[in-house]
Design a protein around this ligand. Sequence first.
Ligand SMILES: NC(=O)c1ccc[n+]([C@@H]2O[C@H](COP(=O)([O-])OP(=O)(O)OC[C@H]3O[C@@H](n4cnc5c(N)ncnc54)[C@H](OP(=O)(O)O)[C@@H]3O)[C@@H](O)[C@H]2O)c1
Length: 241
Amino acid sequence: MTFADRSVLVTGANRGIGQALVEEALRRGAKRVYAGTRPPLAHPDERVTPLTLDVTDAAQIQAAVESVASLDVLINNAGVGLYADLSDRAALEQHLAVNLFGSYDTTQAFLPLLTRSRGTIVNVLSLAALAPVPLDPTYSISKAAAFSLTQSLRAALAGRGVAVHAVLSGPVDTDMGPRIDIPKASVESVALAILDAVENGDEEIFPDPLSASMAEGWRDSASKALERQMAAFVQAEPISS
Ligand SMILES: NC(=O)c1ccc[n+]([C@@H]2O[C@H](COP(=O)([O-])OP(=O)(O)OC[C@H]3O[C@@H](n4cnc5c(N)ncnc54)[C@H](OP(=O)(O)O)[C@@H]3O)[C@@H](O)[C@H]2O)c1
């Protein structure tokens, strides 16, 4: 898989990692990049089509689907990180609304286009999906749930030729990035590593120095082995997505 001549949709495309993913897809020769944003967006490259897309708004998702003719790659990047206490139920609901259900609803809506193109889904998650970040537990819960969603989609869609990737990023230098003094990767380096890994077919993507140190251990882990074992059951007994 390469990004050249592909049509790509990135959610949360106006800043941070999403903005860098748009630029990296353009650099690789994407023929069309749909930039999903809440505020209006203007972009100098004519290959960019702005889409008004709050991923928690069913009507906006439906309107976006209707304005996209064909789609090869959906990148569910939009996310929130509220740094809330575990006792804060409203924060948990907000994290789930964007980080889990936002990706879920966007994916379900674009699935007919993605199955038609035998396309690719990239869910931008976090290392917090694997082990909770004590400073942001409700965020971590939402990312762990979104990781399970990603694995479930991968198993369900394999038979239809749709590849599903999980980005398990460490700290990145954005508005959302950790508010403590630790090294953070640049958005440009992370976007480049994500698209390299998608082109390489990596199911889990570790795009920054901190997460990259875990990549090999993850691929040989008991969790990954179990996912492959479970997937074999699905191939024997297909489930609907
Ligand atoms: N930064 C890190 O250290 C880090 C590490 C691991 C994973 N991640 C993940 O990377 C992804 C991008 O985060 P970032 O670091 O680039 O953060 P960011 O700079 O805060 O950007 C977040 C993006 O998500 C958008 N967004 C939020 N809620 C939305 C909604 N309901 N509908 C549509 N768009 C929405 C924002 O749009 P507005 O401008 O309209 O708010 C913004 O474009 C997130 O999924 C995050 O969890 C980040």
